[in-house]
Design a protein around this ligand. Structure first.
Ligand code: 5GP
Length: 175
């Protein structure tokens, strides 16, 4: 799904977010029928997406959280990823879905996928609310993608603008 192609501002409403997340939830539920997926939220940006996504699943599942840092308060990635908060629970033999807010260069996701793969999950897939493919430096597989957006800095619905505006119920790129 693609929104706001070209140079226009990105604007994803609360209704569009919920409708798309519900579609992703249905797909996950079908794909993981008979399994108990383990949904790992990448803090802080994915906290609302993760919370809304798990509520659409209506199936046995477990959750955990981790936090990686590469941005600080800047709008440009430093290119270096640090694990700031580790998992609480083991993932060996679990069907893991890594839930991320946005894939930009792909550097963070690539780092996290290698990190999690090393812990022996039964399977490992990615759910990302947003993707900016034009910015990609490392290709990463995103099985469940909410919206493809152009190269613009977006905030709201979990994503921050210098740590503020995460509580906006919509996503925007407007100043
Ligand atoms: P990547 O490593 O893919 O370049 O960056 C991933 C992380 O950068 C995301 O998890 C998010 O925290 C941050 N990021 C990338 N693009 C944006 C953006 O447009 N807005 C905000 N608020 N964060 C972004």
């Amino acid at each position: 799904m693609s929104l706001a192609p070209g140079n226009g501002p990105v604007q994803i409403t609360q209704e569009q977010l919920q409708a798309r997340i519900s579609e992703l939830g249905h797909k996950i539920r079908a794909d993981y029928a008979g399994k108990e997926p383990h949904l790992i939220c990448v803090l802080n940006g994915a906290f609302l997406f993760h919370a809304d996504l798990v509520r659409t699943l209506h199936m046995p599942c477990t959750i955990d959280f981790l936090q990686a840092s590469s941005y600080g308060d800047a709008k440009q990635s430093s290119g270096e990823v640090k694990l700031v908060k580790d998992l609480q629970f083991p993932i060996s033999d679990r069907h893991v879905i890594l839930v991320e807010d946005i894939v930009d260069t792909g550097i963070t996701m690539n780092y996290l996928l290698h990190y999690l793969q090393g812990r022996g999950p039964a399977s490992l897939k990615v759910a990302a609310l947003l993707s900016k493919p034009s910015r990609r430096k490392v290709e990463v597989p995103v099985e469940y993608l909410g919206f493809t957006i152009p190269d613009a800095f977006v905030y709201g619905y979990g994503l921050d603008r210098a740590q503020f505006d995460r509580n906006l119920p919509f996503i925007t790129s407007q100043e």
